[in-house]
Design a protein around this ligand. Structure first.
Ligand SMILES: [Zn+2]
Length: 80
């Protein structure tokens, strides 16, 4: 089972962690780094039986990010 830390304030989810402790470490790191040690609203540790789902979701995200970059490059070239 994989775990992930989700911050509802930042609307982000950490990469899948192999155990709950790792996800909690990520939680503390995120709180300190992004929120100055405060506890953000809507945070949670999520677990999933399908750890591969995170990989598939991040792959889809990378695909759309790549498309966005290519579209931006095309837009810039068309207007220069
Ligand atoms: Zn956050």
């Amino acid at each position: 089972m994989a775990y992930a830390y989700r911050c509802g304030t930042c609307r982000t989810t950490s990469p899948a962690a192999p155990n709950r402790r790792s996800a909690e470490d990520e939680c503390n790191r995120h709180r300190n780094l992004v929120h100055g040690g405060h506890i953000p609203d809507g945070e949670e540790i999520t677990s999933t039986d399908d750890g591969g789902q995170f990989i598939r979701l991040s792959t889809i995200g990378l695909f759309f990010a790549g498309c966005a970059v290519l579209a931006l490059i095309g837009f810039i070239r068309a207007h220069l």
